[in-house]
Design a protein around this ligand. Structure first.
Ligand code: NAP
Length: 432
């Protein structure tokens, strides 16, 4: 029997498990290991709580977990409870599907001031990631600056702009729902170092901004390129730019202003012991499409800066790492003998959830080519259980996760699908 360990239970991990089941038929046993007691990674902790239809894909992952050759081993931290070298001894193949849960650093003076928050932390906070439960972002201020023009920036801006009623049907966690309900924020400014044509926000998500109850988007018509230039854009991008044109053409008074500040490169964060302003430099685009400073400098007053400029994969001891790219060093998913990576840990933090599916199939085929037959004597899950047992690691099984899930569903507030546990101890306690 071929023994495979997948590290990480987000989309990349589950699609890889599914692909390995298809590739190796009945001759495979797969362990999906996660450092948290709860599965689904990005689906649970990254996808916005008001985008429940996207989260529904977890039902497909559940079906994978319920098949008899896949196990979930939660609350097991690779690199801490068990090493990569030990996993390589136990399994024919070890596949890192650890995603990219760390913020790419902003790297400008003042980025360590209280009130400068990375998107991993802010998104983790409103999604109930145990690491960020106690973030307590300053929401008693009027102005928030969100750096970045991608979908994560859009999620953050939208969550800050919504009314409590607009969270009906979402699974935003209670601490965030309560804090946002009392928020004094009246202006959210998206800072993009390039222009409307370079926006990374996708049309469906951008369109939502035009339909918020108490908030309205503002685009300066002067920032928009001549309309004829839109013809060169690919269709999806043209739709996004159409939304921006619509926002520019129809400004409307609103309690919360969501402002697009294009061609603005962050230079430094200033403030006396906490964020008071972001200093930016006006840019223009070079012939290659890069942002180049013009020398014009101005301040955007704000009490919080949320930096949404992309993510990195945290390194794991003894795994070759590409420091510049912020992911594991690999060639088409191969890292070393019987060590592989998939998803954002392989190719960086881009693409939709579905982009990880072909990734999983590619790695299953790669493993089949590298190792036509399993190596005799690999102990797989039984060996892992023995090792973790000796070390007193409190492993969480999929059946136990289902009990946690049932408890979360049972305590949901009206209209919400669940009320997540936001501390590891609470999750563990809900198993019995
Ligand atoms: P992203 O799409 O790569 O956007 C990152 C943004 O940060 C870009 O606008 C980029 O500008 C900007 N940026 C990078 N470095 C910067 C710097 N030093 N200073 C100022 N700006 C900087 O990444 P993301 O928003 O983190 O999203 C990650 C992936 O998840 C994407 O594929 C996204 O579509 C996906 N996602 C999808 C959804 C959804 O609802 N469908 C939700 C969330 C995320 P430049 O373009 O100039 O580099």
């Amino acid at each position: 029997m071929r023994q495979i360990a997948v590290i990480g239970s987000g989309p990349a991990g589950y699609y890889t498990a599914e692909a390995c089941q298809k590739q190796f038929g009945g001759d495979v046993a797969i362990d999906i290991i996660d450092r948290l007691p709860v599965p689904y990674g990005l689906i649970r902790f990254g996808v916005a709580p008001d985008h429940q239809s996207i989260k529904a894909v977890s039902r497909r992952y559940e079906a994978v977990s319920l098949s008899n050759n896949v196990r979930f081993a939660g609350n097991v931290s690779v690199g801490e409870h068990v090493s990569i070298a030990e996993l390589k001894e136990l399994y024919d193949a070890v596949i890192l599907a650890t995603g990219a849960p760390a913020d790419r650093p902003l790297g400008i003076p003042g980025d360590d001031l209280p009130g400068v928050i990375g998107s991993a932390a802010f998104v983790g906070w409103y999604n109930g990631h145990p690491e960020f439960t106690h973030l307590d972002p300053p929401l008693d201020i009027r102005d928030v600056t969100v750096i970045g023009n991608g979908n994560v920036a859009l999620d953050v801006g939208r969550i800050l702009a919504k009314t409590p009623e607009e969270f009906t049907g979402s699974d935003i966690v209670k601490h965030a729902f309560d804090a946002l309900g009392k928020s004094a924020v009246k202006r959210v400014t998206f800072v993009g170092r390039r222009g409307p044509h370079q926006i990374q926000m996708t049309p469906k998500e951008l369109g939502e901004l035009g339909h918020l109850t108490r908030a309205a988007p503002f685009v300066d018509p002067a920032d928009l390129p001549p309309i004829e230039a839109d013809a060169a854009l690919e269709p999806g991008q043209r739709k996004s730019v159409n939304h921006l044109r619509d926002f520019a053409a129809h400004p409307r008074a609103a309690e919360v202003e969501v402002i697009f500040d294009f061609f603005a490169k962050p230079l430094r964060v200033e403030g006396d012991g906490k964020v008071e302003r972001l200093i930016v430099e006006r840019t223009h685009l070079t012939a290659e499409g890069n942002a180049e400073g013009t020398g014009e400098i101005y301040a955007i007053d704000c009490g919080m800066v949320v930096s949404c400029i992309g993510y990195r994969t945290p390194p794991i001891p003894d795994v070759p790492y590409d420091e510049r790219a912020g992911r594991f060093a690999n060639t088409d998913g191969r890292i070393a003998d019987n060590l592989y990576c998939v998803g954002w840990a392989r190719r960086g933090p881009t693409g939709t959830i579905g982009t990880n599916r072909p990734d999983g199939f590619m790695i299953a085929e790669t493993i089949a080519a590298d190792q036509p037959a399993p190596t005799p004597g690999k102990k797989g899950g039984a060996g892992l259980d023995a090792l973790l047992g000796e070390r007193g690691v409190d492993q969480v099984s999929f059946e136990e996760w289902q009990k946690i899930e049932a408890a979360e569903n049972a305590r949901a507030r009206d209209g919400a699908p669940r009320e997540k546990f936001v501390e590891v101890a609470e999750m563990l306690a809900a198993r019995s």
